[in-house]
Design a protein around this ligand. Structure first.
Ligand SMILES: *Cc1c(COP(=O)(O)O)cnc(C)c1O
Length: 377
């Protein structure tokens, strides 16, 4: 072994001992998959695939340059206009991924001397973005607008303020109190970014998200989302004002210094938006199925935390227990991933179940049976 890499084995051993070792997962065929973010099953939709194919053949495999050099294709601007319309904002800007969108946005808006106020459970991409921006990072208690209010009060000095949260939390499946958060941010003159990664396509009129559901477009400065969850493809974006878009184009390094998204990905997203437009009730239908399934789990005595979405955690606590249950579920034919720290707080390891359109009533009934029998022993 290369002596320079010896320390790696030691670190890996520590991870294994703490039951924190992770591996890349390919879903085995034939399993009931409860771990996909493809909530509307658009990744395999024939219209989405056809739209990706058309864009691929018309514009090629790659965008060939960054957006500011010569990589901007009419397709990019068409998709941005469509996303702006879906989200109810004047403009939108595409990024390579949701992770890059958050990195780019925070870096463009705040720096030394500024403060980011982040919900304690906000996604790693938002935390990384805050750290990279060099702004001070203040975390408020999960969904606690009063705590946010106090922190904003304490930091009423100079410097720009930016509040960041998710609308549907990725590992808890609960929902942020957006109207209250927006009121608090506005009262303190703080910008507000809401990450709608898990709400886009599912919540709100026609899958437009929770900002639109609450008619908060004029109060939430940045409506961030991803093409990679319910839209079934790949890429990230933010909907915002035209001035904000122009600023991001000039300042967001994760936008400027990377190649523009490839035509096939842009085409897939346009195809997904078409399907969504033709089926505006799909999100609500999915949420009804998820609510019924959640009620059954709760009635069977499981701790589904504060879930109010298509994401339903079953909290088990210890890492080892979460891994054991996940293994047994898999052996019984159900794929649900054990989510452990550092993704979630210590002692709150859980199975994260996500419900998709592909789950029939029979699938959900079978899943409930499997979960009950595995967890009973
Ligand atoms: C998945 C996710 C992202 C990152 O989006 P990608 O397009 O997968 O990079 C950002 N925020 C939240 C809340 C997410 O769940």
């Amino acid at each position: 072994m290369d002596l320079r890499e010896q320390w790696i084995e030691t670190e890996l051993e520590e991870l294994r001992r703490a039951q924190r070792f992770r591996r890349a997962v390919t879903p085995p065929p034939g399993l009931l998959n409860f771990s996909s973010n493809d909530y509307l099953n658009l990744a395999q939709h024939p219209d989405v695939i056809a739209a990706a194919e058309r864009a691929l053949h018309a514009a090629g495999a790659g965008a060939t340059a960054s957006r500011l050099v010569s990589g901007t294709l009419p397709l990019h601007e068409e998709l941005e206009a469509r996303l702006a319309r879906l989200k109810g904002y004047p403009a939108a800007l595409l990024f390579g991924s949701g992770y890059l969108a958050n990195l780019g946005i925070l870096g463009a808006l705040v720096g030394r001397g500024d403060t980011v106020f982040a919900d304690r459970l906000a996604h790693a991409s938002l935390m990384d973005a805050a750290l990279l921006s060099r702004a001070e990072l203040c975390r408020f208690r999960h969904n606690d607008t009063q705590h946010l209010d106090e922190l904003l009060q304490k930091h009423s000095g100079a410097g720009r303020k930016l509040v960041v949260t998710e609308s549907v939390f990725s590992m808890d499946g609960d929902v942020a109190p957006l109207p209250e958060l927006a009121a608090v941010a506005e009262r303190h003159g703080a910008l507000l970014l809401v990450d709608e990664a898990h709400a886009t396509g599912v919540f709100g009129p026609g899958g437009s998200g929770l900002i639109r559901e609450h008619q908060l477009e004029s109060k939430v400065n940045l409506s961030m989302g991803t093409l990679s969850k319910a839209l079934g493809g790949y890429g990230g974006f933010v909907a915002c004002s035209t001035a904000m878009r122009a600023l991001l184009i000039n300042r967001a390094r994760a936008f400027i210094y990377t190649t523009a998204p490839p035509p096939a990905a842009v085409g897939a997203a346009l195809g997904a938006l078409d399907v969504l437009e033709k089926n505006p009730g799909w999100g609500a239908e999915l949420l009804r199925h998820a609510a019924a399934f959640r009620d059954q789990l709760r009635a069977a005595g499981f701790d589904v935390m504060q879930s109010a979405s298509q994401i339903i955690p079953i909290q088990v606590g210890a890492n080892a227990r979460a891994l054991e249950v996940a293994d047994k579920l898999r052996a019984a034919g159900l794929l649900a991933i054990a989510i452990r720290p550092p993704t979630v707080p210590e002692g709150t390891a859980r199975l994260r179940l996500s419900i998709t359109r592909a789950h029939s009533e029979t699938d959900l009934a079978r899943a409930l049976d499997i979960i009950r029998s595995v967890c009973a022993v």
